[in-house]
Design a protein around this ligand. Structure first.
Ligand code: GLU
Length: 286
């Protein structure tokens, strides 16, 4: 067990932080050790510098501190390109030219298409393209994403496990996502690749995040094995819910840390609302 873990909170600057984020950030910091902040801003169209500023301001107001400068994913595309090149070298990637519509049509045509945590699995049309067909599409200037051939990847690594502090030993089942995208058409990486590479490069030893991301860990574990990365421990925590039992989301303006602060709440009150107090540590379901 890691006595002094390196943990992180890794928000995307696409809005103001709300109580659910506060729960995640405080949960990570309450593990002791070193707490890192990482800005996940690969989605250039949705991320805004003002939200990044507001994230830092809100976290500092809550009483959190972290080493500076923070890692900003948009500044590290070379790291993701290197990881991608390694997977390419293993023969595990293929270009996917499909539009969203083509993917939907393929799924519809397949009748009872298998579904995963992110909806229907990609049907694999581009996996079946020949080298010549791929080259032709690239020459035509058609944009493409890079997908991982998960079947091949799993055959290469064999069975994998990871450890979750709340759930114990978990056998990884990376096939549940189908052939995931590792480099998007509009960005030379994807969430799964960037997060896995960053956690390893930053020496994160304990990944804490909401249980809505538990499924993603199955694919991250596969990427760690393929890329020869250290495997952190995990703790997927329960999600904060509103009085109706719904997950807090960015649409709940009243629950933003900013609006709570403006309404006169103190950091201690907000920490208690987020379910993590300085004295008691995390009070999460898992
Ligand atoms: N950036 C992700 C989000 O905002 C979280 C990443 C992670 O914890 O793995 O949901």
């Amino acid at each position: 067990m890691t006595l002094r873990p390196v943990t992180r909170f890794a928000p995307s600057p696409t809005g103001h932080l709300h109580l659910g984020h506060a729960h995640s950030a405080l949960f990570a910091a309450a593990q002791g050790g070193t707490f890192l902040l990482r800005i996940e801003d690969i989605d250039a169209g949705r991320c805004r510098p003002e939200f990044e500023d507001s994230i830092a301001e809100d976290l500092a107001w809550l009483g959190l501190d972290w080493p500076k400068p923070v890692r900003r994913q948009s500044e590290h595309m070379d790291d993701y390109a290197a990881a991608l090149a390694r997977l390419e070298g293993l023969g595990l990637l293929y270009p996917c030219f499909c539009t969203r519509r083509e993917i939907r049509d393929e799924v519809a045509g397949a009748g009872r298409a298998p579904h995963g945590p992110e909806g229907a699995l990609y049907g694999g049309a581009c996996r079946r393209l020949s080298d010549a067909q791929c080259a032709e599409r690239k020459t035509e200037g058609r944009p493409w994403a890079s997908r991982l051939d998960v079947g091949r990847a799993v055959a290469l690594t064999g069975p994998l496990v990871f450890h979750d502090r709340g759930r114990g030993r978990i056998e990884a089942d990376p096939r549940m996502f189908g052939d995931v995208v590792l480099a998007r058409k509009d960005a030379p990486t994807s969430y799964h690749l960037a997060v896995t590479v960053d956690d390893a490069l930053q020496g994160v030893t304990l990944v804490t995040r909401g249980e809505d991301l538990l499924a993603a860990t199955h694919i991250h574990r596969l990427l760690q094995a393929l890329l020869g990365l250290d495997v952190p421990e995990y703790h997927h925590h329960g999600l904060l819910r509103d009085a109706q039992g719904r997950r807090l989301a960015k649409r709940d303006r009243a629950a933003t840390l900013r609006s709570l602060r403006e309404a006169g709440r103190t950091p201690e009150e907000v920490r208690a609302m987020a379910g993590v107090t300085a004295e008691a540590g995390p009070r999460s379901r898992s």
